[in-house]
Design a protein around this ligand. Sequence first.
Ligand SMILES: [Zn+2]
Length: 162
Amino acid sequence: MRQSDCYFGAFFNALPGRSGETQGSEALMTYKETFWMACDTIEHNRAEYGPFNSRLEAELEARKLGFPYLLRYEHEVADNDEIQDVRVVFIELPDAGEVEKPSPVRLYTRCATCGEAASHDKSWQAEVWADIHEFEHCRHLVRLFEQTRSDGLKEVVGWRQG
Ligand SMILES: [Zn+2]
């Protein structure tokens, strides 16, 4: 649902050097054959894995491999089984790079007294860090900052009074 189909592809001949043999192909009946590959990059030297009959299979495999793209190949095949044309569509999997990040917000604790700092994924981790720090260092005051991609670093005021 969230995938945006990015179209970078173009029509090109499947088998370089055969383009001269397509004279008369207008007379041939063609049918379309579609299959899917997982790939690691849209560069020419990409690694491709597959083929798969369905997008779902390819996507599952891509996620497993950590590949951020799918390729949809559309072969136009003549009734003599010769591939007439190939269309390749790259589809980016938008979440692929974000699997490692459990939260869009990153939390930073920094002691206003001594300057010791740490970063955390979860707010309870920040609280534990502050508890320990303030326990070990009498009268130190730990401040909490949230970092989001859109707003940058922002102090959470009064976070320990809740
Ligand atoms: Zn301190």
